[in-house]
Ligand binder design. Structure first.
Ligand SMILES: Nc1ncnc2c1ncn2[C@@H]1O[C@H](COP(=O)(O)OP(=O)(O)OP(=O)(O)O)[C@@H](O)[C@H]1O
Length: 453
């Protein structure tokens, strides 16, 4: 039997790497083209679509930030969205691997590579290309916006509020720290309202320069100020007939607050520089991460505007206060990212579950989502462990607290002592000791090896 695949292009500025990769991959491909730079490889890549492009992340001498490789990755996937690119990344460059996957690389291999891993990665990538280009192969489905997940009492309360408020035209104010799901709630309110078929106009007041907020919200007429070269419709007017979502409403400058209040009361806006108001029919949903006591401070936020906005108030508690939701969210994101990055969906070890639940998630659901995305990209395991999420095994912390207070806080020595203690307690039964430590068996073996136990 001949080689399985047709063509592979390898791009790296190091001749030795090119030679080594060529020798290793020869059995897989009928033809292998090597090039020292992407410029040199480009005509070849355009001429005959290769099954796989193996692309180094850095070309300029001494460069390590991978910006050149990533820019080339963008160019290649722009030429052919089905192009399968495997990125060669420096070993320490975990963030480069993550960036490459997010920008459309099929996979990555850290340098120096293990031959086995390179072969397996390239073979899987080439097979993926074949399935993508096969006649009638389903296109990758764009990720659907996720609904509000969770079954904690807090989320159940939120659902019940959404049920009642969505169909009315009542204004809704959503409170919660960053990443708790305020935008998800806003989308759901709109989707289940009578305005669902109309526009959902979002304005992130945290992302607009203060001096531009006025004309962004209310619009302006040509000549109203130096840069106003043409009429501009404001976002409030653009939301006419639908829903206006004012995200980070706490960033609305004090001097614009009465103007917004008037617009909402009178259901009309006057663009900057105009002399006639325009009628608008909108429903307003606002959100903020500002703590309630600050929002109720008249010096920060006008209370008459607050009362206009908070006809219904929805509070999204931090993730740490609803640990019941953590695993459901994690598993949802695991499925989502496994599909997106064409990986088999991994499972969670008991230790990982415990660690995920015990973690306090200061960045809330967004941080959990990122941790899951990284784990999906970076871990080759079928069963994920706490360290795949950048977490310590959940059970070590309480042990340290309980075991021996404060005489020796050196993490390495404490770890060794705990491992020893657990092993002794369970008569060197690895399964039991690992479970008590909140580790997988493999992770316990690694620690035993490390401490020479
Ligand atoms: N309950 C949930 N179910 C499903 N996904 C969620 C949930 N909560 C948050 N997410 C996801 O977490 C991420 C952050 O959520 P979102 O953008 O709604 O937070 P936010 O509170 O609006 O954050 P910020 O205040 O920083 O804008 C999004 O990717 C969102 O899809």
């Amino acid at each position: 039997m001949g080689p399985e695949f047709d063509r592979c292009v390898i791009v790296d500025d190091d001749d030795d790497i090119l030679l080594a990769a060529r020798l290793l991959l020869r059995p897989l491909f009928r033809e292998i083209v090597t090039a020292q730079s992407p410029e040199e490889a480009l005509p070849e890549i355009k001429r005959q679509a290769p099954d796989v492009v193996l692309l180094d992340a850095n070309f300029a001498r001494g460069a390590t930030d991978a910006s050149e490789g990533l820019a080339w990755l963008d160019r290649l996937t722009a030429i052919d969205p089905e192009m399968v690119v495997v990125m060669i990344t420096a070993h320490a460059g975990v963030h480069v691997a993550v960036a490459a996957m997010k920008r459309g690389a099929t996979d990555f291999v850290p340098k120096p590579w293990s031959n086995e891993r390179l072969l397996a990665t390239v073979r899987t990538a080439a097979a993926l290309r074949r399935s993508r280009t096969a006649a009638g192969a389903p296109q990758r489905v764009p990720a659907a916006k996720s609904p509000l997940l969770g079954h904690s009492p807090a989320i159940a309360r939120v659902h019940s509020l959404i049920d009642r408020a969505a169909p009315t035209d009542a204004n809704v104010l959503i409170l919660g720290q960053n990443g708790t799901g305020k935008e998800v709630v806003a989308r759901e309110l709109h989707a289940r309202s009578q305005r669902a078929g109309q526009v959902l106009q979002t304005v992130d007041l945290g992302a607009i320069a203060t001096e531009l907020i006025d004309s962004e919200l209310f619009g302006h007429v040509k000549g109203a100020f130096t840069d106003a070269r043409a009429d501009r419709v404001g976002r409030i007017q653009a939301a006419d007939g639908g829903t206006l979502f004012l995200d980070e409403i706490g960033n609305l400058p004090l001097h614009l607050q009465p103007k917004l209040l008037t617009a909402l009361e009178q259901r009309q806006v006057t663009p900057v520089g105009a002399n006639k108001p325009v009628k608008v029919n909108i429903r307003v949903i606002a959100a903020t991460n500002m703590p309630r006591d600050r929002l109720m401070d008249e010096r920060v936020f006008r209370q008459d505007l607050l009362y206009r906005l908070n006809t219904v108030e929805i509070d999204l508690p931090p993730l740490a206060e609803r640990p019941e939701d953590v695993i459901e969210l994690t598993e949802h994101f695991l499925h989502h990212y496994a599909a997106r990055y064409d990986r088999p969906c991994p499972m969670l070890s008991d230790a990982a579950r415990a660690a995920l639940i015990a973690h306090d998630w200061p960045g809330n659901v967004r941080a959990l989502r990122h941790a899951v995305e990284r784990a999906t990209i970076l871990s080759a395991r079928n069963v994920l462990e706490p360290e795949d999420f950048g977490l310590l095994p959940g059970m070590i912390r309480p042990h340290i607290a309980l075991a021996r207070p404060a005489e020796d806080l050196n993490l390495d020595r404490v770890e060794r002592r705990l491992v020893e203690e657990a092993l002794r307690k369970h008569g060197y039964n690895i399964t039991l000791a690992a479970s008590e430590l909140g580790l997988s068996r493999a992770a316990l073996y690694r620690r035993m090896e490390k401490h020479g136990l």
